[in-house]
Design a protein around this ligand. Structure first.
Ligand code: B12
Ligand code: SF4
Length: 462
Protein backbone atom coordinates (compact mmCIF):
# COMPACT_ATOMS: atom_id res chain seq x y z
CA UNK A 1 0.00 0.00 0.00
CA UNK A 2 1.39 3.41 -1.00
CA UNK A 3 0.68 6.30 1.37
CA UNK A 4 1.49 9.93 0.58
CA UNK A 5 1.77 12.57 3.28
CA UNK A 6 1.47 16.26 2.48
CA UNK A 7 2.12 19.26 4.73
CA UNK A 8 0.16 22.08 3.12
CA UNK A 9 1.94 25.29 2.17
CA UNK A 10 2.12 28.34 4.46
CA UNK A 11 -0.05 31.23 3.27
CA UNK A 12 2.49 33.85 4.34
CA UNK A 13 6.06 34.32 5.49
CA UNK A 14 7.28 33.34 8.95
CA UNK A 15 10.68 33.47 10.65
CA UNK A 16 11.80 30.21 9.06
CA UNK A 17 10.49 30.92 5.55
CA UNK A 18 14.04 31.19 4.20
CA UNK A 19 14.99 27.86 5.82
CA UNK A 20 11.70 25.94 5.92
CA UNK A 21 11.37 23.11 8.41
CA UNK A 22 8.52 20.62 8.63
CA UNK A 23 6.35 20.04 11.65
CA UNK A 24 7.15 16.54 12.86
CA UNK A 25 3.63 15.05 12.52
CA UNK A 26 3.77 13.87 8.89
CA UNK A 27 7.42 12.74 9.18
CA UNK A 28 6.80 10.74 12.35
CA UNK A 29 3.55 9.12 11.14
CA UNK A 30 5.10 8.13 7.81
CA UNK A 31 8.04 6.58 9.69
CA UNK A 32 5.70 4.57 11.92
CA UNK A 33 3.85 3.26 8.84
CA UNK A 34 7.07 2.53 6.95
CA UNK A 35 8.23 0.43 9.91
CA UNK A 36 4.95 -1.49 9.60
CA UNK A 37 5.80 -2.34 5.99
CA UNK A 38 3.94 0.35 4.04
CA UNK A 39 5.44 2.51 1.30
CA UNK A 40 5.36 6.13 2.50
CA UNK A 41 6.65 9.45 1.25
CA UNK A 42 6.33 12.99 2.65
CA UNK A 43 5.85 16.18 0.66
CA UNK A 44 6.40 19.45 2.51
CA UNK A 45 5.04 22.13 0.21
CA UNK A 46 7.17 24.85 1.84
CA UNK A 47 10.30 22.87 0.87
CA UNK A 48 9.45 21.81 -2.69
CA UNK A 49 6.48 21.33 -5.02
CA UNK A 50 4.97 17.87 -4.43
CA UNK A 51 5.31 15.08 -6.98
CA UNK A 52 1.67 14.90 -8.05
CA UNK A 53 2.15 11.80 -10.18
CA UNK A 54 3.37 9.95 -7.07
CA UNK A 55 0.56 11.36 -4.96
CA UNK A 56 -2.16 10.62 -7.50
CA UNK A 57 -0.97 7.01 -7.70
CA UNK A 58 -1.22 6.53 -3.94
CA UNK A 59 -3.74 4.33 -2.17
CA UNK A 60 -4.27 6.88 0.59
CA UNK A 61 -3.35 10.56 0.96
CA UNK A 62 -2.70 11.90 4.47
CA UNK A 63 -2.75 15.67 4.89
CA UNK A 64 -1.33 17.56 7.86
CA UNK A 65 -2.59 21.05 8.54
CA UNK A 66 -2.72 23.82 11.07
CA UNK A 67 -5.32 26.60 10.90
CA UNK A 68 -3.47 29.00 8.60
CA UNK A 69 -2.73 26.26 6.05
CA UNK A 70 -6.19 24.67 6.12
CA UNK A 71 -7.56 26.50 3.05
CA UNK A 72 -4.70 25.10 0.96
CA UNK A 73 -5.04 21.68 2.64
CA UNK A 74 -8.72 21.54 1.65
CA UNK A 75 -7.87 22.31 -1.99
CA UNK A 76 -5.36 19.45 -2.05
CA UNK A 77 -7.86 17.13 -0.38
CA UNK A 78 -10.59 18.03 -2.90
CA UNK A 79 -8.19 17.36 -5.78
CA UNK A 80 -7.20 13.92 -4.43
CA UNK A 81 -10.78 12.90 -3.69
CA UNK A 82 -11.83 13.89 -7.22
CA UNK A 83 -9.30 11.28 -8.38
CA UNK A 84 -11.00 8.75 -6.11
CA UNK A 85 -8.19 8.59 -3.52
CA UNK A 86 -9.29 8.37 0.12
CA UNK A 87 -8.06 11.34 2.17
CA UNK A 88 -7.19 11.39 5.87
CA UNK A 89 -6.64 14.72 7.57
CA UNK A 90 -4.96 15.53 10.87
CA UNK A 91 -3.19 18.27 12.81
CA UNK A 92 -4.21 21.15 15.05
CA UNK A 93 -6.99 22.55 12.84
CA UNK A 94 -8.96 19.41 11.91
CA UNK A 95 -8.64 18.25 15.53
CA UNK A 96 -10.77 21.17 16.72
CA UNK A 97 -13.07 21.58 13.72
CA UNK A 98 -13.64 18.02 12.47
CA UNK A 99 -17.10 18.90 11.11
CA UNK A 100 -15.52 21.47 8.81
CA UNK A 101 -12.56 19.30 7.71
CA UNK A 102 -14.70 16.23 6.99
CA UNK A 103 -16.35 18.25 4.21
CA UNK A 104 -13.04 17.79 2.35
CA UNK A 105 -11.69 14.52 3.75
CA UNK A 106 -12.97 10.98 4.21
CA UNK A 107 -11.51 10.69 7.69
CA UNK A 108 -10.31 13.18 10.28
CA UNK A 109 -7.94 12.16 13.05
CA UNK A 110 -8.42 14.31 16.14
CA UNK A 111 -5.45 14.86 18.46
CA UNK A 112 -2.34 12.67 18.40
CA UNK A 113 -2.26 10.45 15.34
CA UNK A 114 0.54 8.04 16.29
CA UNK A 115 -1.82 5.17 17.19
CA UNK A 116 -5.05 6.31 15.51
CA UNK A 117 -3.62 6.45 11.98
CA UNK A 118 -2.02 2.96 12.00
CA UNK A 119 -5.34 1.56 13.31
CA UNK A 120 -7.20 3.32 10.48
CA UNK A 121 -4.75 1.99 7.86
CA UNK A 122 -5.15 -1.51 9.28
CA UNK A 123 -8.92 -1.09 9.03
CA UNK A 124 -8.51 -0.13 5.33
CA UNK A 125 -6.35 -3.12 4.61
CA UNK A 126 -7.76 -5.84 6.79
CA UNK A 127 -11.12 -4.55 7.99
CA UNK A 128 -9.92 -4.63 11.61
CA UNK A 129 -10.19 -3.06 14.12
CA UNK A 130 -13.85 -2.13 13.81
CA UNK A 131 -14.04 1.52 12.67
CA UNK A 132 -16.35 2.45 15.54
CA UNK A 133 -13.66 1.37 18.01
CA UNK A 134 -10.90 3.64 16.63
CA UNK A 135 -10.59 6.38 19.23
CA UNK A 136 -9.99 9.92 18.00
CA UNK A 137 -11.45 9.22 14.53
CA UNK A 138 -14.21 11.22 12.79
CA UNK A 139 -15.91 9.96 9.63
CA UNK A 140 -19.15 10.08 7.68
CA UNK A 141 -21.78 7.41 8.06
CA UNK A 142 -25.39 7.28 6.82
CA UNK A 143 -25.30 10.94 5.80
CA UNK A 144 -24.13 12.07 9.24
CA UNK A 145 -20.78 12.58 10.96
CA UNK A 146 -19.58 10.19 13.61
CA UNK A 147 -17.04 11.50 16.12
CA UNK A 148 -15.66 8.44 17.91
CA UNK A 149 -14.68 9.08 21.56
CA UNK A 150 -11.39 10.99 21.98
CA UNK A 151 -8.13 9.09 22.28
CA UNK A 152 -6.34 9.59 25.60
CA UNK A 153 -2.92 11.23 25.27
CA UNK A 154 -0.07 8.79 24.70
CA UNK A 155 1.74 8.20 27.99
CA UNK A 156 5.06 6.76 26.85
CA UNK A 157 6.81 8.51 23.93
CA UNK A 158 9.90 6.25 24.01
CA UNK A 159 8.61 3.45 21.76
CA UNK A 160 8.03 5.76 18.78
CA UNK A 161 10.74 5.78 16.13
CA UNK A 162 12.93 8.73 15.30
CA UNK A 163 11.21 10.59 12.42
CA UNK A 164 12.99 9.48 9.24
CA UNK A 165 13.78 12.53 7.12
CA UNK A 166 14.86 10.32 4.21
CA UNK A 167 11.12 9.97 3.55
CA UNK A 168 10.84 13.73 3.01
CA UNK A 169 11.08 14.74 -0.62
CA UNK A 170 13.93 17.23 -1.28
CA UNK A 171 15.22 17.11 2.31
CA UNK A 172 18.88 18.20 2.59
CA UNK A 173 21.26 17.20 5.42
CA UNK A 174 22.20 20.89 5.76
CA UNK A 175 18.62 21.91 6.68
CA UNK A 176 17.75 23.03 10.20
CA UNK A 177 16.82 19.74 11.87
CA UNK A 178 13.67 19.68 14.05
CA UNK A 179 13.79 17.38 17.09
CA UNK A 180 11.03 16.69 19.61
CA UNK A 181 11.94 15.50 23.11
CA UNK A 182 8.62 16.20 24.84
CA UNK A 183 4.93 16.98 24.37
CA UNK A 184 2.60 19.25 26.32
CA UNK A 185 3.15 22.14 28.69
CA UNK A 186 2.06 22.56 32.32
CA UNK A 187 1.01 26.20 31.80
CA UNK A 188 -2.35 27.40 30.55
CA UNK A 189 -2.00 30.52 28.43
CA UNK A 190 -5.31 31.72 27.09
CA UNK A 191 -4.34 31.95 23.42
CA UNK A 192 -2.35 28.72 23.18
CA UNK A 193 -3.66 25.71 21.27
CA UNK A 194 -0.77 23.44 22.23
CA UNK A 195 -2.20 22.50 25.59
CA UNK A 196 -5.61 21.81 24.04
CA UNK A 197 -3.91 19.39 21.63
CA UNK A 198 -1.07 17.87 23.68
CA UNK A 199 -2.28 18.49 27.23
CA UNK A 200 -0.84 20.08 30.35
CA UNK A 201 0.78 16.89 31.59
CA UNK A 202 4.39 17.24 30.47
CA UNK A 203 5.48 14.00 28.77
CA UNK A 204 9.07 13.48 27.72
CA UNK A 205 11.32 10.84 26.19
CA UNK A 206 13.88 9.24 28.51
CA UNK A 207 17.43 10.58 28.51
CA UNK A 208 18.67 7.17 27.20
CA UNK A 209 16.31 7.28 24.19
CA UNK A 210 17.12 10.91 23.46
CA UNK A 211 20.87 10.26 23.61
CA UNK A 212 20.56 7.42 21.09
CA UNK A 213 18.47 9.61 18.79
CA UNK A 214 20.76 12.63 19.10
CA UNK A 215 23.87 10.52 18.46
CA UNK A 216 22.29 9.20 15.27
CA UNK A 217 21.09 12.65 14.12
CA UNK A 218 24.51 14.16 14.88
CA UNK A 219 26.17 11.55 12.62
CA UNK A 220 24.53 12.84 9.43
CA UNK A 221 22.76 16.17 10.04
CA UNK A 222 25.06 19.06 9.18
CA UNK A 223 22.73 21.97 10.00
CA UNK A 224 21.79 23.40 13.38
CA UNK A 225 19.09 21.68 15.42
CA UNK A 226 15.80 23.08 16.69
CA UNK A 227 14.12 21.43 19.68
CA UNK A 228 10.51 22.03 18.71
CA UNK A 229 9.19 21.21 22.21
CA UNK A 230 6.83 23.95 23.33
CA UNK A 231 8.57 24.25 26.65
CA UNK A 232 11.95 22.52 26.46
CA UNK A 233 12.77 23.30 30.10
CA UNK A 234 9.36 22.64 31.68
CA UNK A 235 10.99 19.95 33.81
CA UNK A 236 14.39 21.44 34.61
CA UNK A 237 15.73 18.30 36.26
CA UNK A 238 15.22 16.21 33.13
CA UNK A 239 16.56 18.94 30.81
CA UNK A 240 19.70 19.23 32.93
CA UNK A 241 20.13 15.43 32.89
CA UNK A 242 19.80 15.42 29.12
CA UNK A 243 22.25 18.28 28.60
CA UNK A 244 24.77 16.81 31.06
CA UNK A 245 24.62 13.50 29.21
CA UNK A 246 25.05 15.24 25.84
CA UNK A 247 28.17 17.02 27.11
CA UNK A 248 29.59 13.84 28.70
CA UNK A 249 29.08 11.88 25.45
CA UNK A 250 30.42 14.74 23.28
CA UNK A 251 27.12 15.00 21.40
CA UNK A 252 27.15 18.77 21.23
CA UNK A 253 26.05 20.94 18.32
CA UNK A 254 24.45 24.31 17.62
CA UNK A 255 20.87 24.19 18.85
CA UNK A 256 17.92 26.41 19.68
CA UNK A 257 14.74 25.78 21.65
CA UNK A 258 11.55 27.32 22.98
CA UNK A 259 11.74 28.08 26.70
CA UNK A 260 10.01 30.30 29.28
CA UNK A 261 11.48 33.19 31.25
CA UNK A 262 11.94 30.82 34.20
CA UNK A 263 15.13 29.37 32.64
CA UNK A 264 16.89 32.40 34.08
CA UNK A 265 16.12 31.24 37.62
CA UNK A 266 18.49 28.30 37.24
CA UNK A 267 22.08 29.27 36.43
CA UNK A 268 23.25 25.66 36.31
CA UNK A 269 20.69 25.09 33.55
CA UNK A 270 21.89 28.15 31.62
CA UNK A 271 25.51 26.99 31.95
CA UNK A 272 24.62 23.52 30.63
CA UNK A 273 22.61 25.02 27.78
CA UNK A 274 25.51 27.20 26.68
CA UNK A 275 28.07 24.38 27.08
CA UNK A 276 26.01 21.94 25.01
CA UNK A 277 25.75 24.37 22.08
CA UNK A 278 22.56 26.40 22.63
CA UNK A 279 22.93 29.54 20.55
CA UNK A 280 19.38 30.92 20.58
CA UNK A 281 16.28 30.61 22.74
CA UNK A 282 12.80 31.51 21.56
CA UNK A 283 10.88 33.02 24.47
CA UNK A 284 7.23 34.06 24.65
CA UNK A 285 7.55 37.35 26.57
CA UNK A 286 4.14 38.23 25.10
CA UNK A 287 3.73 41.71 26.60
CA UNK A 288 5.23 44.55 28.61
CA UNK A 289 1.77 45.45 29.88
CA UNK A 290 1.28 43.79 33.31
CA UNK A 291 -2.51 43.72 32.83
CA UNK A 292 -2.06 41.91 29.52
CA UNK A 293 0.31 39.35 31.02
CA UNK A 294 -2.42 38.67 33.55
CA UNK A 295 -5.15 38.55 30.90
CA UNK A 296 -3.11 36.01 28.92
CA UNK A 297 -2.65 33.98 32.15
CA UNK A 298 1.06 34.00 31.35
CA UNK A 299 2.25 33.61 34.96
CA UNK A 300 5.27 35.88 34.48
CA UNK A 301 5.92 39.53 35.27
CA UNK A 302 8.03 42.35 33.82
CA UNK A 303 10.81 41.98 36.40
CA UNK A 304 11.13 38.30 35.49
CA UNK A 305 11.25 39.18 31.79
CA UNK A 306 14.02 41.77 32.32
CA UNK A 307 15.99 39.45 34.59
CA UNK A 308 15.65 36.66 32.02
CA UNK A 309 16.92 38.77 29.12
CA UNK A 310 19.98 39.89 31.09
CA UNK A 311 20.84 36.43 32.40
CA UNK A 312 20.42 34.61 29.09
CA UNK A 313 22.59 37.19 27.33
CA UNK A 314 25.23 36.87 30.06
CA UNK A 315 25.61 33.23 29.03
CA UNK A 316 26.18 34.22 25.40
CA UNK A 317 22.83 32.88 24.23
CA UNK A 318 20.79 34.95 21.77
CA UNK A 319 17.13 35.71 22.31
CA UNK A 320 14.30 35.59 19.81
CA UNK A 321 11.61 37.46 21.75
CA UNK A 322 7.99 36.73 20.87
CA UNK A 323 5.25 39.22 21.75
CA UNK A 324 1.49 39.11 21.17
CA UNK A 325 -0.48 42.33 20.66
CA UNK A 326 -4.17 43.03 21.05
CA UNK A 327 -5.47 41.97 24.47
CA UNK A 328 -8.48 43.88 25.78
CA UNK A 329 -5.99 45.74 27.99
CA UNK A 330 -3.71 46.89 25.12
CA UNK A 331 -3.63 50.31 23.48
CA UNK A 332 -1.45 51.80 20.75
CA UNK A 333 0.84 52.96 23.55
CA UNK A 334 1.42 49.32 24.61
CA UNK A 335 2.66 48.49 21.12
CA UNK A 336 5.09 51.42 21.05
CA UNK A 337 6.33 50.65 24.56
CA UNK A 338 6.93 47.03 23.55
CA UNK A 339 9.12 48.03 20.60
CA UNK A 340 11.05 50.50 22.80
CA UNK A 341 11.48 47.83 25.48
CA UNK A 342 12.85 45.30 22.97
CA UNK A 343 15.29 47.88 21.61
CA UNK A 344 16.38 49.08 25.06
CA UNK A 345 17.07 45.56 26.30
CA UNK A 346 18.85 44.64 23.04
CA UNK A 347 16.74 41.59 22.29
CA UNK A 348 18.48 40.05 19.28
CA UNK A 349 15.45 39.34 17.09
CA UNK A 350 11.74 39.74 17.68
CA UNK A 351 8.37 38.57 16.48
CA UNK A 352 5.37 40.82 17.08
CA UNK A 353 2.22 38.83 16.34
CA UNK A 354 -1.38 39.92 16.53
CA UNK A 355 -3.42 37.90 19.00
CA UNK A 356 -5.11 35.19 16.93
CA UNK A 357 -8.26 33.33 17.94
CA UNK A 358 -7.06 29.80 17.08
CA UNK A 359 -9.83 27.19 17.11
CA UNK A 360 -9.60 25.08 20.24
CA UNK A 361 -8.40 27.91 22.48
CA UNK A 362 -10.49 29.66 25.17
CA UNK A 363 -9.81 32.91 23.31
CA UNK A 364 -11.43 31.55 20.13
CA UNK A 365 -14.66 30.57 21.91
CA UNK A 366 -14.73 33.89 23.78
CA UNK A 367 -14.46 35.84 20.48
CA UNK A 368 -16.95 33.58 18.72
CA UNK A 369 -19.53 33.77 21.48
CA UNK A 370 -19.24 37.55 21.79
CA UNK A 371 -19.48 37.95 17.98
CA UNK A 372 -16.02 39.52 17.79
CA UNK A 373 -14.56 37.29 15.04
CA UNK A 374 -14.15 39.40 11.90
CA UNK A 375 -14.17 36.42 9.52
CA UNK A 376 -13.11 32.80 9.20
CA UNK A 377 -10.77 33.02 6.25
CA UNK A 378 -8.33 30.71 8.04
CA UNK A 379 -5.44 31.62 5.73
CA UNK A 380 -5.32 34.94 7.58
CA UNK A 381 -5.12 33.27 11.01
CA UNK A 382 -1.32 33.48 10.94
CA UNK A 383 -0.59 36.15 13.55
CA UNK A 384 0.14 38.70 10.83
CA UNK A 385 -3.50 39.64 10.17
CA UNK A 386 -6.12 41.00 12.51
CA UNK A 387 -9.01 38.53 12.69
CA UNK A 388 -11.13 39.81 15.61
CA UNK A 389 -12.41 43.09 17.00
CA UNK A 390 -10.00 44.41 19.66
CA UNK A 391 -11.55 46.32 22.58
CA UNK A 392 -9.51 49.52 22.83
CA UNK A 393 -8.50 49.99 19.18
CA UNK A 394 -10.06 49.45 15.81
CA UNK A 395 -8.93 46.28 13.96
CA UNK A 396 -7.27 48.53 11.38
CA UNK A 397 -5.31 50.41 14.04
CA UNK A 398 -4.07 47.23 15.69
CA UNK A 399 -3.01 45.76 12.35
CA UNK A 400 -1.13 48.82 11.12
CA UNK A 401 0.39 49.74 14.49
CA UNK A 402 1.69 46.16 14.95
CA UNK A 403 3.54 46.46 11.64
CA UNK A 404 4.83 49.91 12.58
CA UNK A 405 6.11 48.57 15.91
CA UNK A 406 8.02 45.89 13.98
CA UNK A 407 9.42 48.69 11.80
CA UNK A 408 10.53 50.57 14.92
CA UNK A 409 12.59 47.52 15.92
CA UNK A 410 13.96 46.45 12.51
CA UNK A 411 15.15 49.96 11.72
CA UNK A 412 18.24 51.36 10.00
CA UNK A 413 19.61 51.85 13.52
CA UNK A 414 19.32 48.06 14.13
CA UNK A 415 21.03 47.36 10.81
CA UNK A 416 23.91 49.84 11.36
CA UNK A 417 24.42 48.72 14.96
CA UNK A 418 25.08 45.17 13.72
CA UNK A 419 27.08 46.39 10.74
CA UNK A 420 29.41 48.21 13.13
CA UNK A 421 30.08 44.86 14.83
CA UNK A 422 30.55 43.07 11.48
CA UNK A 423 27.53 40.96 12.45
CA UNK A 424 26.29 40.32 8.93
CA UNK A 425 23.77 37.69 10.01
CA UNK A 426 21.75 40.29 11.95
CA UNK A 427 22.27 42.88 9.23
CA UNK A 428 20.62 40.39 6.85
CA UNK A 429 17.79 39.77 9.34
CA UNK A 430 17.27 43.53 9.70
CA UNK A 431 17.10 44.01 5.94
CA UNK A 432 14.79 41.00 5.56
CA UNK A 433 12.57 42.34 8.37
CA UNK A 434 12.41 45.79 6.77
CA UNK A 435 11.42 44.33 3.40
CA UNK A 436 8.80 42.05 4.96
CA UNK A 437 7.25 44.97 6.88
CA UNK A 438 7.11 47.16 3.76
CA UNK A 439 5.41 44.35 1.84
CA UNK A 440 2.96 43.76 4.71
CA UNK A 441 2.13 47.48 4.90
CA UNK A 442 1.54 47.57 1.12
CA UNK A 443 -0.81 44.59 1.37
CA UNK A 444 -2.54 45.79 4.53
CA UNK A 445 -4.86 48.28 2.86
CA UNK A 446 -6.42 45.68 0.56
CA UNK A 447 -6.82 43.25 3.44
CA UNK A 448 -8.27 45.80 5.84
CA UNK A 449 -10.79 47.05 3.32
CA UNK A 450 -11.83 43.48 2.46
CA UNK A 451 -12.50 42.41 6.05
CA UNK A 452 -16.24 43.00 5.67
CA UNK A 453 -16.43 40.83 2.54
CA UNK A 454 -14.48 38.00 4.17
CA UNK A 455 -17.15 37.51 6.81
CA UNK A 456 -18.25 33.86 6.62
CA UNK A 457 -20.73 31.83 8.63
CA UNK A 458 -19.01 30.84 11.84
CA UNK A 459 -17.96 27.20 12.24
CA UNK A 460 -20.26 24.94 14.20
CA UNK A 461 -19.50 23.08 17.40
CA UNK A 462 -16.65 23.08 19.87
C1 B12 B 1 7.93 23.76 14.76
C2 B12 B 1 6.77 24.73 14.74
C3 B12 B 1 6.79 25.76 13.82
C4 B12 B 1 7.92 25.94 12.80
C5 B12 B 1 7.65 25.09 11.54
C6 B12 B 1 6.25 25.28 11.02
C7 B12 B 1 5.62 24.46 9.97
N1 B12 B 1 6.28 23.67 9.17
O1 B12 B 1 4.43 24.61 9.89
C8 B12 B 1 7.85 27.48 12.59
C9 B12 B 1 8.68 28.12 13.68
C10 B12 B 1 8.29 27.99 11.24
C11 B12 B 1 6.39 27.74 12.89
C12 B12 B 1 5.65 28.77 12.34
C13 B12 B 1 4.32 28.97 12.62
N2 B12 B 1 3.59 28.37 13.57
CO1 B12 B 1 4.20 26.83 14.54
N3 B12 B 1 4.68 25.40 15.63
C14 B12 B 1 5.69 24.59 15.65
C15 B12 B 1 5.56 23.65 16.85
C16 B12 B 1 6.32 24.29 18.01
C17 B12 B 1 6.03 22.23 16.72
C18 B12 B 1 5.43 21.42 15.55
C19 B12 B 1 5.74 19.96 15.75
O2 B12 B 1 6.66 19.41 15.16
N4 B12 B 1 4.99 19.31 16.67
C20 B12 B 1 5.19 17.92 17.07
C21 B12 B 1 4.39 16.97 16.15
C22 B12 B 1 4.54 15.55 16.60
O3 B12 B 1 3.02 17.37 16.25
P1 B12 B 1 2.08 17.59 14.98
O4 B12 B 1 2.88 17.96 13.80
O5 B12 B 1 0.96 18.43 15.38
O6 B12 B 1 1.53 16.11 14.69
C23 B12 B 1 0.74 15.32 15.56
C24 B12 B 1 -0.77 15.58 15.45
O7 B12 B 1 -1.10 16.89 15.11
C25 B12 B 1 -1.26 14.60 14.44
N5 B12 B 1 -1.14 14.94 13.02
C26 B12 B 1 -0.50 15.96 12.43
N6 B12 B 1 -0.63 15.88 11.09
C27 B12 B 1 -1.36 14.79 10.82
C28 B12 B 1 -1.79 14.27 9.60
C29 B12 B 1 -2.57 13.12 9.61
C30 B12 B 1 -3.05 12.54 8.33
C31 B12 B 1 -2.93 12.51 10.84
C32 B12 B 1 -3.74 11.30 10.84
C33 B12 B 1 -2.51 13.06 12.05
C34 B12 B 1 -1.71 14.18 12.03
O8 B12 B 1 -0.45 13.47 14.71
C35 B12 B 1 0.89 13.91 15.04
C36 B12 B 1 1.53 12.97 16.02
O9 B12 B 1 0.76 12.85 17.18
C37 B12 B 1 4.01 23.70 17.07
C38 B12 B 1 3.56 23.37 18.47
C39 B12 B 1 3.30 21.89 18.63
N7 B12 B 1 3.44 21.40 19.81
O10 B12 B 1 2.96 21.16 17.71
C40 B12 B 1 3.67 25.12 16.63
C41 B12 B 1 2.31 25.35 16.00
C42 B12 B 1 2.02 24.25 15.00
N8 B12 B 1 2.52 26.60 15.28
C43 B12 B 1 1.50 27.38 15.31
C44 B12 B 1 1.43 28.64 14.64
C45 B12 B 1 0.21 29.48 14.95
C46 B12 B 1 2.44 29.06 13.78
C47 B12 B 1 2.47 30.36 12.97
C48 B12 B 1 1.16 30.83 12.38
C49 B12 B 1 3.07 31.43 13.89
C50 B12 B 1 3.74 32.56 13.17
N9 B12 B 1 3.01 33.51 12.69
O11 B12 B 1 4.94 32.59 13.03
C51 B12 B 1 3.50 29.99 11.88
C52 B12 B 1 2.78 29.37 10.67
C53 B12 B 1 3.62 28.39 9.88
C54 B12 B 1 2.89 27.83 8.70
N10 B12 B 1 3.19 26.60 8.31
O12 B12 B 1 2.10 28.50 8.07
C55 B12 B 1 0.36 26.79 16.10
C56 B12 B 1 -0.73 26.25 15.20
C57 B12 B 1 -2.06 26.29 15.87
C58 B12 B 1 -3.18 26.21 14.90
N11 B12 B 1 -4.32 25.76 15.35
O13 B12 B 1 -3.06 26.56 13.78
C59 B12 B 1 1.11 25.70 16.95
C60 B12 B 1 0.30 24.47 17.33
C61 B12 B 1 1.62 26.42 18.23
C62 B12 B 1 0.60 27.17 19.02
N12 B12 B 1 1.02 28.26 19.58
O14 B12 B 1 -0.53 26.87 19.19
N13 B12 B 1 5.89 26.77 13.71
S1 SF4 C 1 3.92 28.52 28.16
FE1 SF4 C 1 3.89 28.41 25.89
S2 SF4 C 1 3.30 26.30 25.37
FE2 SF4 C 1 2.84 26.63 27.55
S3 SF4 C 1 0.67 27.21 27.58
FE3 SF4 C 1 1.86 29.13 27.51
S4 SF4 C 1 2.09 29.62 25.31
FE4 SF4 C 1 1.41 27.47 25.46
Amino acid sequence: MRISFIEAKSPSANIFSKFPIPRLGAVLLSTILKEQGYEAKVFIEDIAAPDWSYIENSDIVCISTITSTSKRAYRIADRCRQKGIPVVMGGAHPSFLPEESIEHADYVVRGEGDVTLPELISYFEKGTPDIASIKGLSYRSNGGIINNPPRPLIEDLDPFPLPDFKLVSHWMPSNIYPISTSRGCPFNCKFCSVIQMFGRKYRFKSVETMLKELKHIHSFSKGSKFFVDDNFTANKKRTKELLRAMIAEHITFKWSAQVRTDVAKDEELLRLMADSGCDTVHIGFESVNPKTLEAYNKKQNIDEIIHCIRMVKDYGIEIHGMFVFGADTDTVDTLKKTADFAIKLSIDTIQFLMLTPLPGTPFFYEMKESDRLLHTDWSKYDGHHICYKPLLMSPQTLHIESLKAMGRFYSWKYIFKHLNHFDFFHVAIGLYGKRAIKRALDEAMDYLSSIGELRDPLPAGR
